[in-house]
Design a protein around this ligand. Structure first.
Ligand SMILES: [Zn+2]
Length: 366
């Protein structure tokens, strides 16, 4: 693997800055440009050059980072507002959405649609590793279930925009407008999702010592809702609000599931909650009665009902599965600490997957 590397690129950058065609480079804060080259260097080192691509002109969320705290003094000016000095920008006012809670290490400015955000990396003195707890699990399953993040109306609007997009010419103003409208719709849903993640993570970590998540199945990831053909219009389709809403919610849940895990891990650093991810295989067919534990596909009578074919135990199917997942999470903790591995060893880390999809409805067992 060969690439130019940070040092050489910095020399090229200095050269480019003296070129009148690239004068705009001098208008950007020098540290921000250097940081981008550092990030590129790190990306090449860690992932190889074949994974590094040019940013797409159309799908691009601009963001840049100010890496040095002393160059970006942050002040609070009122209860709700703060300001930060950004080199070459001057003082920039921002809405304080939460307290900083530590000393600022760096700042990242990013655009999401028509909104600009600034986020600060702070040192809260807790270090990067979570702490694990050996307290017994608390009773009671709880999860997001089928919480929707888009309304049927929004889903239909999105569906119409998709059709409009398909009919618009590439590079046209109309297409740009449609893409922007789609982005606005999706952003609202994404924010709702992020809000839900933060609140759920807060509640779960506050109330529980161990939170176990099931590793979701990738097999159903391609499942989508097919639109109904419009009989009155050859080649046309009928808007189907419920199906569109279900499909859209599903895609948001798919993408956001990892977000909940991230939020949980982040909150868990403060509460000492242990986050565990377990293999959910057969959890929906296993009897959660601790004296039984029979595995039988016939026990799952329907999507909602579980009735054990062996001991007659009756429970909501989701609650039954959540109890099994919880038991697995607890057992995983016992197995790991039983080995006496030193903290930080590979074995101590809970098994986790990055790829996620929907098999059963996502579920968190507390
Ligand atoms: Zn049973």
């Amino acid at each position: 693997m060969r690439f130019i590397g940070y040092e050489a690129q910095c020399r090229q950058l200095a050269e480019a800055k003296s070129d009148p065609d690239c004068a705009w480079l001098s208008e950007a804060p020098a540290q921000v440009v250097q940081q981008t080259l550092k990030d590129l260097d790190l990306a090449c080192r860690q992932h190889g050059t074949w994974k590094v691509r040019w940013k797409s002109k159309a799908r691009w969320r601009p963001s840049f980072r100010f890496p040095t705290a002393k160059h970006i003094p942050v002040e609070r000016i009122s209860r709700k507002w703060g300001r930060v000095f950004l080199p070459k920008f001057g003082w920039v006012r921002f809405r304080l959405s939460r307290s900083l809670g530590g000393s600022v290490k760096s700042a990242t400015v990013a655009r999401d649609g028509k909104h600009w955000f600034i986020s600060f990396l702070v040192d809260d003195g807790l270090g990067e590793d979570g702490v694990s707890s050996t307290a017994p699990p608390v009773e009671g399953g709880d999860g997001p279930g089928e919480t929707g993040f888009v309304s049927a109306g929004e889903a239909i609007r999105y569906w119409r925009l998709e059709r409009k997009l398909a009919r618009s010419k590439k590079g046209s103003n109309r297409r740009r407008r449609v893409v922007r409208a789609m982005g606005d719709l999706m952003r609202r849903a994404r924010w709702r999702r992020a809000d839900f993640n933060a609140q759920t993570a807060h509640r779960l970590t506050r109330d529980n010592a161990i939170v176990t998540l099931e590793k979701l199945n990738v097999r159903a990831m391609t499942a989508s809702v097919a639109p109904k053909p419009d009989p009155g219009k050859p080649g046309g389709y009928l808007p189907n609000g419920r199906a569109a809403k279900a499909g859209l919610n599903k895609s948001i849940l798919d993408k956001g599931w990892y977000g909940l895990e991230t939020a949980l891990r982040s909150k868990a650093r403060y509460t000492g909650t242990s986050i565990r991810v377990v293999d959910p295989a057969y959890t929906s067919q296993t009897c959660s009665n601790p004296l039984c534990g029979t595995v039988d596909a016939k026990s799952r009578e329907s999507q909602a009902d579980f009735r054990c074919t062996s001991c007659g135990h009756v429970e909501h199917a989701d609650v039954n599965a959540a109890k099994n997942i919880k038991a697995r999470g607890y057992a995983a903790g016992l197995v790991v600490s039983g080995r006496g591995d030193p903290p930080g060893s590979v074995k101590r880390q809970a098994p986790r997957t990055i790829a996620r999809g929907v098999g059963d409805a996502p579920r968190a067992a507390a």
